[in-house]
Write a protein that binds this ligand. Sequence first.
Ligand code: AHR
Length: 652
Amino acid sequence: MKNTLFAAFLLLAALGQAQTPAVFNVSVDKPGAEVQPTMWGIFFEDINLGADGGLYAELVKNRSFEFYTPLMGWKEEKSGDSAGSLIVQNRGGKNAANPRYLRATAKAGKYGFSNEGFRGMGIRAGETYDFSVWTRQAGEQPVRLNIELRTPAGEVIGTAALAPSGKDWKKEKVSFTATATEPKAKLYIWLDNPGAVDLDMISLFPRTTWKNRPGGMRADLVQLLADLKPGFFRFPGGCIVEGRELATRYQWKKTMGNVEDRELIVNRWNTEFAHRPTPDYFQSFGLGFYEYFQLAEDIGAEPLPILNCGMACQFNTSEVVPLDQLDPYIQDALDLIEFANGPVTTAWGKLRADLGHPAPFNLKLLGVGNEQWGEQYVERHKIFTKAIKDKYPDIRLISAVGPFPDGEQFDYLSKEMTALKAEIVDEHYYRNPEWFLQNAGRYDRYDRSGPRVFAGEYAAQSVAVVSPDNKNNWRCAIAEAAFMTGLERNADLIQMASYAPLFAHTEGWQWTPNLIWFDNLRAFGTPNYYVQKIFSTNRGDKVLPILYQNAAAAGQDGLYASATFDQATGEVIVKIVNTTAAAKNTEIRLDGWKKTSGSGKLSVLRSDSPEAVNSLDQPTRISPAEQAIEVKDKKVALVLAAGSVSVIRVKN
Ligand code: AHR
């Protein structure tokens, strides 16, 4: 089989060699529009266990007993004739953000309880684990606690002891080292002697996190983001900004400070899809707004917060805040800017400094609402943008144009936003791969008199939008690459672009496709991830004209192309997507190139099969391969592999 495929490949390659070359003309001496440093970025939303159970490295689920079912994720553990009780108590207003705690009472024998984690806990041999708990003595005698990590078969792979005492709440901590690697471990807490103890915020973190921050983020997942070198970092979504109803909208002020004071709410994706219910999906906000700004800074991305503008998700309740009651929402936006940029002498700037970051985060971009539509958006948008611009004229605002890239809502809002002189509009495209191919020329003929464009959410859907059968296959990824050449050719208009959603847990997802998949120990970038990466790490900063058959290469003969110039390195960067099943003999003519000959680098992303995917076991099956190339007579001769994305870099 392999031999036959190889023979077919050689034949196609030979045919490619024999064809008259497909000629691309790059005007190296005619640099045009600037490609914004923000061009290729990332979109984060807590969907598919993206935060809790994903990026946020906490291993204990429902650590504060605040889920709707307070003991969800927890289980009483007894052996033989042991006896005891687990009672959830509620101290109400004494701790309004986190009212519940657990009273555990041991009466006889070995008594305790366990936590199942997020589809288990991923534990690594040799890693140090930091256990902590808020606790107080609830009876006459202190109760010693014995902490264990166990495999599903019951083998103990880590253990520690704690001896809390005293009648006041105190945070107790103990660390221990795991003796084995296990993707589905559970945490056990045994009461070592009869008595009663109160417990809250029961937490377990690996010592190794991103930058080894205590209570931090999963290092492997952040690394995958950092490797993209994203230009911006959109957060916190997505529909999660809006909430199913206003009460569960994202409120950044509630995501700051001590984690035990961050009020947990239900995740809107908990119940969104009847075909993928996730009853244990809540938002602990351990990954809150401070952590977000810090992460954006770590990976060199411009922060791009999207804020609720007084509208709940229009696919759900469509609740809106009356126009004369928008002030708290507007104040949240103004305060966020002060938090990010204000001097430490301001109230919110001081909080930033108190949290450990006196220097400003230099926020420049802000989104007003997520995927809103209709007149109700226009009304709120006007009030919002005026208030923000009056106080912070330099902040660039992103405005919504609905959930679809065309149709009535899109046409209405596009017109309104042009009339309102909106700076940037956020277009969303969840369409089949053919749409992406057909629309690769969308912006070559776009009206330039309106707002600039943020391609804020896109992903080719292999079956249908939100179908659980959608795959992150090469067919979708190559179609996105073709579309992205169109975005890049039109970088005067397209200021930013991000694939969505970003993350998905292989056992806890609601939505597919997604850019990065992970389980409790492993993660991989999809072919779509490598498309994003090949574009973002080969951005360039000036658009260069590139013509194929005297026109923009937007699908003629199944070919798509864009070119840029990198002023810092002096390199010409050409991206060509060959969506056909045949290799293509190609000539890239570097018109106006200073030299006659030279060398460069070719990176190729390809697959023999449109249905091919990456996986936890084959994480880099589709990933770029590199080789050297020659320039002769100001020309690069290439055979573009069938079904490939090729990027060449040559120094001018
Ligand atoms: O990316 C998933 C969802 O798609 C986002 O939350 C929303 O903005 C869009 O409809």
